[in-house]
Design a protein around this ligand. Structure first.
Ligand code: ATP
Ligand code: MG
Length: 494
């Protein structure tokens, strides 16, 4: 047996502005009867602050009003809320104003008095449908974008495998998650991954950078506010918790949010309800909270800067993202991944990273973690003139890590098996040794080889392998030499 479910479509929110109170009331009644949420304003100047309100779908504006014309109001809408569909109406219809209104971005144009009430409801219905379609398209585009981002969460290290497993498991619960990790380790990517794997994936994912706002703004952004609750609160405003209803809110950089906000946050987590700033009533919300921080919250808690009860509420599930230094085995994978992305984006035929460049990448310190690696690859793709990324396409500080050899991060080596670590350290040493030799012999390969007591062709093969020849060897020197393409032992045989 099948039951046909009626399709429930959320009716649009419509703003009507007209100084003529009779028309205003009639229009409100018609539209409310159709099921729209209607806000009626009889003053154009007041209508200006409504033009900043993100919750309207359609606005119906009278053209001729005292103080401010409907055309100016239309322009204000098109500037701050360009996706709100605007219908203009006037008793003094002239073709010129109609053309002017449409040129300024109006969706439709009505003349008063309406021939019948259907004229208004039909125009609003069409405008609302257009707006809904556009919202839907944007939502799908964003969802697709984020979904792709999730599929692009790359890593093969043991640490990242555990993270992936955890993401998989926690996606199905609504438990609060606290993601900790240095800057650029992928906290936001992981938060999105959890959301887009969860049953909430078709609902909003709202990311808030808590440190980017002042204390008062943060409160009003998160929880909303009532008109008049502080200077500048010219209208009621929905908070981000309300906007994320049914979905996930991502509280980013939340290490040092002010004490008062911590209390409010605790209340949302405990009671599942929010109270707008200046409101008496609370509102139920169903929001999953994922928080992230790049400061040690445990320490902040011990120092009394972060509420202990809030800490435990947030830290129900803890995800610790390792720095890139702690997992160098992910670097080649990530580097190739970003190379594919940026080469594609820039339409370049680039798919290889030279051995020397890859070594430099694998042993760099990566203070900025994955984000820094991503930037370095993007830059290299721009710079590269050949079909592969070479050492010289990398920034000096990454390159010098290789040329300087001694800078090989022992810390990162400690995460590799002994044989692999030794090989990397040896190669770093060899590169540094070769550079020093060449510098001493002013770029003369023969005398450098002699000084090292190494067979000349063997020496040249090493220079080639380490890509130091191009920069340090004098042009024309030893051009008759054959490179020895024998087996690459990766070590100097002396
Ligand atoms: N495992 C990964 N696989 C693929 N890309 C990644 C991975 N981790 C991070 N990235 C990419 O690195 C960049 C930085 O990641 P993200 O913004 O998630 O870091 P973050 O930890 O939130 O940093 P911050 O603390 O500075 O806000 C993004 O472009 C992201 O797509
Ligand atoms: Mg982030």
């Amino acid at each position: 047996m099948s039951v046909t479910q009626p399709v429930v479509i959320k009716k649009a929110k419509v703003l009507v502005v007209d100084d003529d109170k009779i028309v205003l009331r009639a229009a409100s009644e018609i539209l409310s009867r159709e099921g729209y949420t209607v806000v009626a304003i009889d003053d154009a100047v007041e209508g200006l602050s409504a033009a900043k309100d993100p919750s309207f779908d359609v606005a119906v504006l009278d053209i001729k009003m005292p103080n401010l014309s409907g055309m100016d109001l239309l322009k204000a809408f098109k500037q701050s809320r360009p996706d709100v569909e605007v219908i203009m109406m006037t008793a003094f219809a002239t073709v010129e104003t109609a053309v002017e209104a449409v040129k300024a971005g109006a969706y439709d144009y009505l003349t008063k008095p309406f021939e019948n009430i259907d004229v208004l409801s039909l125009a609003v219905a069409r405008a609302a449908e257009k707006k809904a379609l556009r919202d839907r398209t944007r939502f799908l585009e964003e969802a697709l974008n984020f979904k792709n981002q999730f599929e692009d969460l790359v890593g093969q290290s043991q640490q990242m495998r555990s993270v992936f497993k955890l993401v998989e498991t926690v996606s199905y619960s609504t438990a609060t998650v606290l993601i900790q990790g240095e800057s650029g380790t992928g906290k936001e990517l992981v938060a999105r991954a959890i959301h887009y794997r969860s049953p909430r994936k078709d609902k909003p994912f709202v990311a808030v950078n808590c440190s980017a706002l002042t204390d008062t703004l943060l409160e009003s952004e998160l929880f909303g506010h009532m008109k008049g609750s502080f200077t500048g609160a010219t209208a009621n405003k929905k908070g981000l918790f309300e906007a994320a209803d049914g979905g996930t809110i991502f509280l980013d950089v939340m290490g040092d949010i002010p004490a008062a906000t911590q209390v409010r946050l605790l209340r949302v987590l405990q009671e599942g309800e929010v109270k707008r700033v200046g409101a008496n009533d609370t509102l139920k919300v169903d929001v999953r909270v994922i928080a992230a921080t790049n400061v040690d919250l445990t320490k902040a808690k011990e120092q009394g800067r972060f509420r202990e009860d809030l800490f435990y509420r947030l830290n129900v599930i803890s995800v610790q993202l390792p720095s890139l230094r702690e997992r160098p085995e992910d670097i080649p994978l990530l580097a190739s991944h970003f190379l594919r992305i940026y080469a594609d984006k820039m339409g370049k035929k680039l798919s290889v990273i030279s051995t020397g460049a890859m070594e430099a990448l694998t042993t760099a310190r990566w203070i900025g973690n994955v984000r820094e690696l991503e930037n370095v690859i993007e830059r290299a793709v721009v710079l590269s003139a050949t079909e592969q990324i070479d050492l010289e396409d990398l920034p000096a500080e990454i390159r010098s890590n290789q040329k300087g050899g001694a800078d090989v991060e022992l810390f990162s080596l400690a995460h590799l098996p002994y044989a692999q670590a030794k090989k990397l350290a040896m190669r770093a040493f060899e590169r540094r040794y070769l550079s020093a030799l060449l510098e001493k012999s002013a770029g003369n390969v023969s005398s450098a080889a002699r000084a090292a007591g190494v067979d000349r062709s063997n020496f040249r093969r090493l220079l080639k392998q380490y890509e130091v020849a191009g920069r340090t060897m004098k042009k024309g020197e030893g051009e008759d030499d054959e490179f020895d393409d024998g087996p690459d032992t990766g070590e100097l045989s002396m």
